[in-house]
Design a protein around this ligand. Structure first.
Ligand SMILES: *[C@@H]1O[C@H](CO)[C@@H](O)[C@H](O)[C@H]1NC(C)=O
Length: 396
């Protein structure tokens, strides 16, 4: 809805509210005391009363409207506008203020009315930075790259392309975790936001024989989400299992100058375990060569990762035009997690449930994971997966 009709609707609602509420100021304060007494035998007393109430409500609702507007669109609300009605000596009664708050809350629950222009979109970079550095463990590359890529994209005034990030690594290394952090910090309602859509391949597109149906469904869901929001986020979990035709269908959305259905920014996240083995191998070799984990850079990993993705035969992802035509902006490696990281995940799991923990419990939990390869026993084969279930064994 454009702003004009929306305001009209708001005004009508306010009028209705004021007319219906017996305690509303328009009812009591509007009519002067002598007026009604002057027409004792009027034929239409109730009609006359109604007319007065309407007149009063009209005047009051204009002020309500001004206040409501200030609450909803603070930027529209000039100081002089506020001053315009103040000299009338009219004070908003407590009851009126409550109605105003309720109405504002209700209105804002489905309409855009924040400083950013749309309160469904929060773009909290402070929160994102803090989550990535405090809650994510052992992923210095993902931490830095995700922050830089997403922030850079969202701060570009008029991007001509969607942002596409591809997360790679073993399960439990934090790919889903980071996707959720992005949703939670960029959108007020996180993954449940109507600007965010999550597709899990084996859940949403399980049967290859229905691929035509899936293609249609995917296209319409992308279009509808983009029509609803000017900044959208699409997450594809298990991207390595996406049908080649679905990957193909995604191509046009990732191209420069793609049809956007009115949306300004679109972010695509692809989560897969593709290249996980090569990342682990490279990290293991670097560690064995005496490099510290935090010194590992993208230059060490990116060429290997890209080559591995393009060479992989068991998945269509590397052969899709998303990869071949460079439609993915960043390939982000998630490193295998070590004992100390699993320990930190266990600590977080206790803290998030507000439970007390002992150092021994953390160690016990970290020891419950399987570590590979056989000789070095360096990396948790499941990363930090299902740590939160394991803490149950150590509750008093
Ligand atoms: C951003 O996130 C931080 C940390 O989660 C939080 O303290 C802060 O209130 C958030 N800011 C906004 C504007 O929501």
């Amino acid at each position: 809805m454009s702003r004009g009709p929306r305001r009209l609707l708001g005004l009508c609602l306010l009028l209705l509210l004021l007319l219906l509420l017996p305690g509303a100021p328009g009812h009591q304060g509007g009519a002067r005391p002598g007026e009604r007494a002057a027409e004792p035998g009027a034929v239409w007393p109730s009609f006359q009363g109604m007319k007065e109430r309407l007149k009063a409500a009209g005047a009051v609702s204009r002020r309500y409207w001004a206040l409501f507007r200030c609450q909803v669109w603070p930027k529209d609300c000039e100081d002089n506008e506020a001053a315009a009605w103040e000299p009338l000596g009219w004070k908003l009664p407590l009851l009126g203020q409550q109605y105003l708050d309720i109405l504002t809350m209700w209105y804002c629950s489905f309409q855009d009315c924040c400083d950013s222009g749309d309160c469904r979109i929060s773009n909290n970079f402070t929160g994102l930075e803090s989550d990535l550095s405090v809650r994510l463990h052992g992923q210095h590359l993902a931490q830095e790259l995700v922050m830089r890529a997403v922030r850079g994209y969202i701060e570009t005034p008029l991007p001509d392309k969607a942002l596409a990030l591809s997360f790679h690594g073993w399960s439990g290394t934090g790919k889903n975790f980071v996707a959720r952090m992005l949703a939670e910090n960029l959108y007020r309602d996180g993954l449940r936001s109507d600007c965010v859509k999550v597709f899990i391949t084996m859940f949403h597109f399980p049967h290859p024989k229905y691929v035509d149906l899936y293609k249609e469904r995917l296209a319409s869901q992308i279009r509808e989400t983009q029509q609803r929001c000017h900044q959208t986020l699409f997450i594809f979990d298990e991207a390595e299992k996406l049908h080649p035709e679905l990957l193909e269908a995604l191509g046009p959305h990732l191209e420069r100058g793609a049809p956007t259905a009115g949306t300004l920014r679109t972010i695509f996240l692809f989560l897969s375990n593709l290249g996980g083995n090569i990342i682990n191998e490279a990290v293991l070799n670097l560690l064995k060569a005496g490099q510290s984990r935090e010194e590992i850079t993208m230059e060490h990993l990116e060429p290997l990762l890209q080559a591995e993705i393009m060479a992989s035969t068991e998945s269509g992802f590397g052969h899709s035009r998303l990869v071949k035509e460079n439609l993915i902006d960043f390939f982000i490696p998630f490193l295998p997690l070590e004992y100390r990281h699993v320990r930190l995940c266990a600590r977080d799991a206790f803290l998030s449930q507000e439970l007390l923990y002992t150092e021994e419990a953390l160690e016990e939990i970290a020891k419950m994971m399987v570590y590979v390869p056989k000789e070095e026993q360096l990396f948790s084969s499941q990363g930090c997966k299902s740590i939160s279930q394991r803490i149950n064994y150590f509750l008093p």
